[in-house]
Design a protein around this ligand. Structure first.
Ligand SMILES: Nc1nc2c(c(=O)[nH]1)N[C@H]1C(S)=C(S)[C@@H](COP(=O)(O)OP(=O)(O)OC[C@H]3O[C@@H](n4cnc5c(=O)[nH]c(N)nc54)[C@H](O)[C@@H]3O)O[C@H]1N2
Ligand SMILES: Nc1nc2c(c(=O)[nH]1)N[C@H]1C(S)=C(S)[C@@H](COP(=O)(O)OP(=O)(O)OC[C@H]3O[C@@H](n4cnc5c(=O)[nH]c(N)nc54)[C@H](O)[C@@H]3O)O[C@H]1N2
Ligand code: SF4
Ligand SMILES: [Mo]
Length: 781
């Protein structure tokens, strides 16, 4: 079995004999365009994994770690938040995908950044390197400080670093002048203590990556269904009659979702893909865990592709609702689940009245999808009894994201497709513990009920006024309202929208601090003083004075599991995120602060006891997290009970916004390639899309290219216009692609220079990184 998997049979997968020299990879070199890979996963994904392991790690270290990846007693995959199967179903050999393995290889690599590196390179020199190069230099090994006006980082002890942060924070005339960002890799234990420290310090300024990610899902789902998380578990997927995947690229961003989709197909279920791109992962699939299936026909995953315009989803969903309503009225009222609607929902009459005021023709045009395709989808929906709707950034990163998500809920509710097996909502989360971080209180607007319990458990009065989210944080830095930026992981400089403004904001700070594993742009775009605090990664042993410790995480399906690394840390000087928070809290809050920071650093069970005291659903946390596979948190919508004001699920009226018809010739989205994790650029190839050797590309429809007189490889200038302000991106090469006409795609984070800070949802402030109105000009060679 192991042999046939051949992950590590080096000769079989044609691994280059010399390590690729990252400096020779000039990101400006010409793009190679190949036919898009029609089949996701399969042997080429194995080859890609093997290559990352070969390049990044000592092969033995890489392999050893992979055997622990996603195992009940191993560590949780640090890449995405896709759930693991139940403990008894976990494959003992390979319960992971290509991209999970790449993330592990990236963290467990053998390269180290020693203090001599920072002696060698000044900030100015480092700033000229590519983002790929920066992370490729290896793991950070010791705390570093950049003093005011200094040109180089220099080593600093942990005590001095904590004292420096304490000094700056305590000098602020108001705690709201500090911002405490979190990226979604932070464990439950570290996140809980972090928000507790921040609130004891006196602010709710806890922006996080979720503000730029699924914020809109949380908001729209809480309002309508009483819980801001997915209602389905992994076991539901193969049971569904029909699954819609809207605005998500699972083949790249949640690859093991394809295994579940394959099971659904084998059970006779259907899949509809709603996307401006024909994403390879949803077209055909070979299961990398079943090598015996690599020959012969791959599984064709999708049954129907609705190729929408960017942000055409809301009109599409409305058109579908109208068609369903019509079918219900024409038939014997058996398309809608009327019993469910009557007993469990509110707002039906208003919704039907609203649908009556909309014009089907206009909706179809606004969606960009041909009518016959929409009718085909409506028929599948009409006959389906168990429907799951999955979505990700193609839905959430829009100004009207909440409206679209509420419309998704409308469809599920009229079909009675919630609170039963094989049916429900599936907002697919991004970062491996982004959902857990929220559950732990990483949010600028936690409700009073949480703050009351937190205050009681730690004997203090948490601040009640809301803090700022990610976009608000940039604005606060720009206006001078915030003077200190603290990043618990992540790469805010590149992840946040409007790159020029984010850079300016960070540079205006008195102090910027980054808790990180690898060097990134946020260490180089810094405040007057800057600190790098290097931490342990998921794959590494975390040994306190009391012995080995473990942490826990929550996946997309709301299951909490333990995670314990097994490798020797990349450096003896690394601290765990928990130890960093506790050390900092003591330094900032003073020796008289009654919280037992020291006790909790030594014994993480004590943190979990506190979590249990504060957060409902964590009863007997220490016992249940130790059960292989962990435990599910309570989920009303899953059980068919809706914790809304009237205990009913809400059908809602979601008007179409006026800006769906763009003012510019093109709308542009910023998306991920197959060779990155957010701002971490593993390489310059996007294998499934057939784009190689460059990320500086614009995907464009061949007919649009012809109309604009441009050829493949031409360099163009993109100008985004938002509220009269112009932003430009120059020199990107055109790649012909089967994208919806009038739509363009560039990669994130490069595309962030075009996303205006104000281009965001009015409800949840999520940046509209998938709807940027742009002009395109061909540049002279
Ligand atoms: N390997 C890898 N895995 C990851 C990540 C990574 O960077 N690399 N990132 C993680 C994170 S934090 C997240 S949030 C997730 C992101 O996972 P995804 O949401 O899949 O990521 P994106 O690349 O942003 O892709 C969005 C998809 O939506 C489509 N789309 C864009 N605009 C629209 C629209 O208006 N309507 C519709 N219907 N579709 C649209 C795009 O064509 C694309 O297929 O992945 C997580 N997993
Ligand atoms: N234009 C545009 N902008 C976007 C998006 C988009 O689609 N388009 N997507 C948005 C989304 S969905 C997200 S989630 C954000 C992501 O934003 P972030 O979460 O801020 O960014 P990442 O790239 O995931 O962070 C990478 C860094 O995290 C650090 N790191 C890695 N592992 C660990 C760890 O275990 N502990 C700690 N402390 N640090 C670690 C490393 O130093 C690495 O350089 O970006 C958002 N921005
Ligand atoms: S699907 Fe996501 S969580 Fe699972 S192994 Fe792949 S990257 Fe990791
Ligand atoms: Mo995300």
């Amino acid at each position: 079995m192991l042999k046939s998997l051949c992950f590590f049979r080096v000769e079989a997968v044609n691994i280059p004999q010399t390590l690729k020299d990252s400096e020779s990879m000039d990101p400006k070199r010409k793009v190679k365009i190949c036919p898009p890979g029609k089949i996701a996963a399969g042997p080429r994904s194995i080859q890609s994994v093997a290559r990352s392991i070969w390049e990044e790690t000592h092969v033995g270290r890489g392999i050893k770690t992979l055997f622990k990846l996603n195992q009940p007693k191993g560590f949780d995959c640090p890449s995405c938040a896709w759930p693991d199967p139940d403990a008894q179903e976990v494959s003992k050999i390979a319960e992971y995908c290509e991209n999970g393995a790449k993330a592990v290889a990236w963290e467990t690599g053998y390269k180290r950044i020693q203090p001599s590196f920072f002696e060698q390179f000044s900030i100015k020199e480092l700033a000229e390197k590519s983002d790929h190069w920066l992370e490729k230099q290896g793991r950070l090994t010791q705390p570093m400080v950049l003093e005011e006006n200094a040109s180089h980082y220099r080593p600093i002890s942990w005590e001095e670093a904590f004292a420096l942060v304490a000094d700056k924070l305590n000098q602020l005339d108001h705690p709201d002048k500090a911002l405490f960002y979190t990226s979604g890799r932070t464990s439950n234990e570290a996140a809980f203590l972090y928000q507790c420290f921040v609130r004891q310090f006196g602010t709710n300024n806890l922006p996080d990556c979720s503000n730029m990610c699924h914020e809109a899902s949380g908001k729209a789902l809480s309002e309508t269904l009483g819980i801001g998380k997915a209602s389905v578990t992994l076991a539901d997927i193969p049971e569904a009659d029909l699954l819609l995947v809207l605005g998500q690229n699972p083949g790249t961003n949640a690859p093991r979702m394809l295994t579940s989709l394959e099971k659904l197909k084998r059970n006779g279920g259907k899949i509809i893909m709603v996307n401006p791109l024909p994403e390879t992962g949803l077209i055909q699939f070979r299961n990398p865990q079943k090598p015996w299936e690599w020959v012969g026909k791959p599984t064709v995953l999708h049954d129907l592709h609705l190729q929408v315009k960017l942000n055409g989803d809301l009109p599409l969903l409305k058109a579908l609702l109208k068609m369903l309503l019509e079918a219900d009225a024409n038939g014997s009222n058996n398309v809608f689940d009327h019993a469910f609607i009557q007993q469990q929902t509110s707002g039906y009459e208003e919704l039907i009245r609203h649908l009556g005021t909309t014009d089907l023709e206009e909706l179809i045009v606004a969606s960009g999808v041909p009518e016959e395709k929409i009718r085909e989808a409506a028929e599948l929906l009409a006959s389906g009894k168990k429907i799951i709707i999955a979505w990700a950034m193609g839905i959430t990163q829009h100004r009207n994201a909440e409206n679209t998500i509420r419309e998704i809920v409308n469809i599920l509710l009229v079909k009675g497709s919630i609170g039963k097996k094989g049916a429900g909502t599936l907002p697919v989360r991004g970062h491996s513990n982004v959902q857990g971080d929220r559950t732990m209180g990483i949010w600028e607007k936690m409700p009073d009920s949480f703050l009351d319990r937190l205050g009681k458990a730690f004997s203090f009065n948490p601040p009640r006024h809301h803090g700022v989210g990610a976009v608000g944080a940039v604005e606060a830095m720009l206006s001078g309202k915030a003077r200190v930026f603290f990043g618990m992981g992540g790469n805010f400089a590149l992840a946040a929208p409007d790159t020029a403004k984010v850079f300016q904001g960070l540079q205006q700070c008195d102090l910027t601090v980054q808790v990180s594993t690898k060097l990134n742009r946020s260490h180089l775009i810094h405040g007057k003083t800057a600190l790098i605090l290097p931490c342990l990664g998921r794959t590494e042993k975390d040994i306190s004075l009391a012995g080995p410790q473990w942490v826990s995480t929550e996946d997309t399906a709301g299951r909490v599991r333990m995670s314990q690394g097994d490798l020797e840390p990349a450096s003896g000087q690394l601290k765990s995120e928990v130890a960093i928070v506790c050390g900092l809290a003591r330094a900032v809050l003073g020796k008289d602060n009654p919280t037992d920071w020291e006790g909790m650093t030594v014994d993480y069970d004590r943190i979990r006891d506190k979590i249990e005291e504060v957060i409902p659903g964590f009863e007997q946390y220490n016992r249940r997290a130790r059960i292989p596979g962990g435990f599910y948190l309570p989920n009303g919508a899953r059980e068919g009970t809706f914790h809304t004001r009237d205990q009913k699920a809400k059908l809602t009226v979601n008007p179409l916004p006026a800006y769906l018809a763009p003012k510019t010739p093109f709308t542009l989205m910023t998306i991920r390639s197959h060779d990155q994790f957010n701002t971490t650029v593993y390489g310059y190839d996007d294998r499934y899309r057939g784009i190689a050797d460059s990320r500086e590309v614009v995907m464009m429809h061949a007919d649009d290219m012809q109309e604009y007189g441009c050829k493949a490889g031409d360099r163009v200038k993109l100008t985004s216009i938002f509220e009269g302000e112009e932003r430009t991106l120059e020199g990107f090469q055109v790649v012909p692609y089967a994208i919806t006409r009038g739509c363009l795609a560039v990669y994130f984070p490069e595309g962030n220079v075009l996303v205006a800070l104000g281009n965001r949802s009015g409800e949840s402030q999520c940046p509209a990184s998938k709807f940027v109105e742009v002009h395109l000009e061909i540049m002279k060679p």
